[in-house]
Ligand binder design. Sequence first.
Ligand code: KG4
Ligand code: ZN
Length: 351
Amino acid sequence: MIVLGIETSCDETAAAVVTGEREILANVIATQIAEHRPYGGVVPEIAARSHLAHIDAVLRRALADAGIGIGGIDAVAAAAGPGLIGGVLVGVTAAKAIAAARGIPFVAVNHLEGHALTPRLTDDVPFPYLLLLTSGGHCQSLIVRGPGDYTRLGTTIDDAAGEAFDKAAKMMGLAYPGGPQIERWAETGDARRFSLPRPMLHAPGFDFSFSGLKTAVRQALDRLPGDPTDADIADLSASFQAAVTETLCGRLAPAAAAFREACPAGRCLVVAGGVAANRTLRAALETLAAKSGLAFVAPPIKLCTDNGAMIAWAGVERLRAFGGDPLDFKPRPRWPLDAAAPKARGAGVKA
Ligand code: KG4
Ligand code: ZN
């Protein structure tokens, strides 16, 4: 089975070709980061127009890299939400058009499921596993039992971890996206210089919170005698990265215990989403997994941030489990992985 996957839900126009044997034949990503950088974040209207401008070339490149023509594709999958709806529509419409013209199945993939199933593409991780999904729009701990079968343990009650990285970076005058910038500055910084909170560390349940941490960064900057020096930025980046890492791990530890109890056969803790690219976080999660009696799996960094391969692979898994989706499938700007999960309570709750 050869599946073409299309991802346009945020600021990457991406297409990939993946086989049912977990081979990535092509993985093309046209990033819009430079177009959004002047605004310090993703501008939905710019994103939608840019996807439209680039989708054809990205699709052609992916098919050329894979060494096959459009006739070699058995199915086409697209991220059909959650995300910025203008962009999602571009990818979904392209996928539906190809499916209709070629008479092949169309698969509507939940972008989050793309991240969630990536460790099966890269490492063949068996179900069930515990997943920390941490990106610019989401921060959740989930039990992954199979395609379409998720139990959400915790979610953020305000900002996502990646959003906190991006906002903290913006306050420090660093470029968008903030995560990689903060990681780079943190390398030479002193993580003990600024004392930042670890929100909800001992609260009951498994939810996350990051908005207090963001406020603490603002206050730390305001307390400096003048404009921040390079040393200030490095130390604050290191302190912030340490606080996010400890918060994520602190909230995940009880979730790991709950997972072991709910799924005694479960063996792995998996991290996915853009923030999973962070090396300090990966190292801390590896330690946490070992303490919890779980193996740790993190996809290679270029498959952690948004890409078409994750959508193509989720397409493979969904086709096997459920077959394709109707061509009148409506894209969903909000689309929780676990529809039965109780609504989280908080200021800016994410799905
Ligand atoms: O999964 P993703 O590419 O897009 C979403 O679905 O949101 O995640 C993007 C997020 C951004 O907030 C970015 O700052 C963060 O992932 N990120 C990082 C790193 N690389 C990307 N955060 C921390 N450290 C990194 N190295
Ligand atoms: Zn993503």
